[in-house]
Design a protein. Structure first.
Length: 256
């Protein structure tokens, strides 16, 4: 199973791992969201920073990376890594998985179905800006593990429009959601992302200092997890295709 997917699952379930034996054993804290570092340039520096802060994942993006990515990723130590690809077929997926790739980020029109290797890696579907409702409705039934959205990473502040865009998409699926954001968000902004159902943050590790990444990770550990799980929130939403009048009728019948 993908290591990144395992981390997302552990944080989603809110499980804490006891370290040691007996009632006095220390409980390992889990952060409120997973932290993934984006590597678009300055690969060596970014890799070094992510290894030092013990990030939850590293995402490589760029041209002609396949041949050299294993060497670049070697210094990540235990940090699982993935790659953003424009095209993915089964041969390429196998080569990258054999090189140690843990997850892929790709667009729906460029990934071949036979490239999805069951549990050998995680597959993240990258959403275009302003995705069509038909795409959002289809996500839950697709053989992908998570969804990837990107805010403008150079916008250091979070707006209500950002939250609306994330929240409106989030109500359409129960898969994990990763969002590319600025690394300098405030505690309150992080809490807002958590509350609309974001499971992981993706920040530019090549342009963010070790100090900034460490500060962000500390904020994620200090921020409490959501009180309600995604499934609990989704169950409270009126099913798609059922209007409010129909719902009222069902409630009146129940009362009778």
């Amino acid at each position: 199973m993908s290591k990144l997917l395992s981390k997302l699952e552990r944080i989603s379930k809110g499980s804490s791992t006891p370290l040691g034996f007996g009632a006095a054993s220390r409980i390992e804290k889990t952060p409120s969201m997973v932290l993934v570092g984006l590597l678009t340039q300055n690969y060596s520096q970014g890799v070094s920073r992510l290894a030092k802060v013990d990030a939850d994942g590293a995402l490589f993006t760029g041209e002609n990376l396949d041949a050299k990515i294993a060497g670049l990723a070697g210094n990540l130590k235990e940090v699982p890594w993935g790659i953003r690809v424009n095209e993915l077929d089964s041969d390429r997926a196998n080569r990258l998985i054999d090189a140690g790739c843990d997850f892929f980020v790709t667009s729906p029109e460029t990934i071949m179905v036979d490239a999805i290797m069951d549990d050998k890696a995680a597959y993240l579907l990258s959403l275009p800006p302003g995705p069509e409702e038909s795409l959002l409705r289809a996500i839950e039934d697709l053989p992908v593990d998570a969804v990837y959205m990107s805010l403008n990473p150079w916008e250091s502040r979070l707006t209500l429009e950002h939250l609306i865009n994330i929240s409106s998409a989030r109500t359409m699926f129960d898969k994990y959601l990763l969002v590319e954001v600025s690394a300098t968000l405030s505690y309150k902004e992080l809490a807002s992302l958590r509350d609309v159902g974001v499971d992981a943050l993706v920040v530019d590790a090549g342009r963010s200092s070790e100090k900034v990444l460490t500060s962000l990770k500390e904020k994620l550990f200090g921020l409490p997890r959501q009180r309600k799980s995604r499934s609990e929130k989704l169950s409270a939403i009126i099913p798609r295709g059922v209007d409010s009048q129909s719902t009222s009728t069902y409630e009146e019948e129940d009362e009778d």
